[in-house]
Design a protein around this ligand. Structure first.
Ligand code: G3H
Ligand code: 13P
Ligand code: ZN
Length: 332
């Protein structure tokens, strides 16, 4: 059993309390490799921001769970070395799919876990969420649970049944699970293709696709039911069009990729939304920089030559999100 406090990590409790009352959101950035982790920590230190390092099940499989855990431990020391005496870093399991996965992470020193039972029937979601919360709270590990399905607006329109989180369920869910934060569905979705072109309108000035707005009415109704309760938004990449263009100009083929406009995330961050998950934007920044570098330097084959600009590009993107979208800078 690894005690996360002994390795300098923190849970989300205080962090979320301050974020909700301060009207900003904590960045939750996924990492799978050293360059992403370095870029996240450099950005957090430079901006004096708390940060959540997220690890998915896929990341654990890709990089090895033990190695990832030690990388997070290393991240704390790295932040100190970069000049941050008291870094606020959470190591969080993203989309835990079972009690066993959550337990394994808690036992390995994670300070926060998500149990994602959103695809399960309501009572089953509550039962397993509760089981995770009971185990996690013994070790002061915080738990994020999810209610509502991140299926995208397409399903909203096509389906008879709404996939958005039902405000009338949130009090019962939060009370019976005892979760510390709640991931909700208000129209965000995972990946770089969040909406179909036919769901979007075209910006007459730029010719770009403009996605449908998030369901802020649902968010407001949830906030009224659970005043001050920490709310989480998944699927919040903005899919920057300049990165998509760079990828496509250098051999890529990303067609009609579209994300969540940053103004909408900024608006959400000012509400009870206190954690915003971003993964795809980091993938795009990394891929664009690598493709561009290799296209311009076809003779390069040392990974450091193309991973260095990739890391720089991700760091720039993380800083932009922290300062201009989430507002979590200068909070340490
Ligand atoms: O929500 C999903 C995250 O972007 C993680 O993705 O499962 O491919 O690592 P992944
Ligand atoms: P994006 O795919 O929009 O980056 O969402 C990431 C996420 O929600 C991780 O849990
Ligand atoms: Zn997610």
């Amino acid at each position: 059993m690894v005690d996360y406090k002994k390795i300098g990590l923190v849970n989300t409790r205080e962090m979320f309390k301050k974020a909700v009352s301060g009207g900003y959101a904590i960045p939750a950035f996924n990492f799978n490799n050293m360059e992403q982790m370095q870029a996240i920590i450099m950005a957090a230190v430079e901006t004096k921001s708390p940060v959540i390092l997220q690890v998915s099940k896929g990341a654990r499989e890709y990089a090895n769970p033990t190695l990832l855990r030690y990388m997070a431990e290393g991240a704390v020391e790295y932040a100190k070395e970069l000049g941050c005496p008291n870094p606020q870093i959470v190591l969080h399991l993203d989309h835990g799919d079972s009690f066993e996965t959550c337990k394994s992470c808690i036992d390995m020193g994670f300070s926060s876990v998500m149990y994602d039972g959103s695809a399960l029937p309501y009572e089953e979601n509550i039962r397993i969420s509760r089981q995770v919360v009971e185990y996690a709270h013994k070790y002061d590990v915080t738990v994020e649970c999810e209610l509502g399905v991140l299926a995208g607006v397409e399903d909203e329109v096509a389906s008879e049944v709404s996939h958005y989180t039902k405000p009338e369920e949130v009090i019962d869910f939060a009370t019976r699970t005892g979760c510390d934060s709640l991931a909700i569905s208000i129209g965000t979705s995972h990946g770089a293709y969040k909406f179909k072109p036919e769901q979007c309108t075209v910006d007459p000035k730029t010719g770009r696709l403009l996605p449908p707005p998030l369901a802020f009415d649902v968010l407001e109704a949830i906030e009224k039911k659970l005043p001050g309760f920490p709310i989480v938004l998944h699927g919040s990449s903005s899919v920057p069009q300049d990165e998509v263009d760079t990828i496509n100009a250098n051999g890529g083929a990303l067609k009609a990729a579209v994300g969540i406009p940053e103004e909408q995330l900024r608006k959400a961050a000012k509400s009870a939304v206190c954690k915003i998950n971003i993964d795809s934007d980091s993938r795009l920044a990394m891929t664009a920089a690598i493709r561009k570098h290799l296209a311009e330097h076809p003779d390069h084959f040392d990974p450091r030559q193309y991973l260095k600009p990739a890391r720089e590009s991700m760091k720039k993107m993380y800083i932009h999100k922290i300062v201009n979208v989430l507002g979590s800078n200068d909070k340490l």
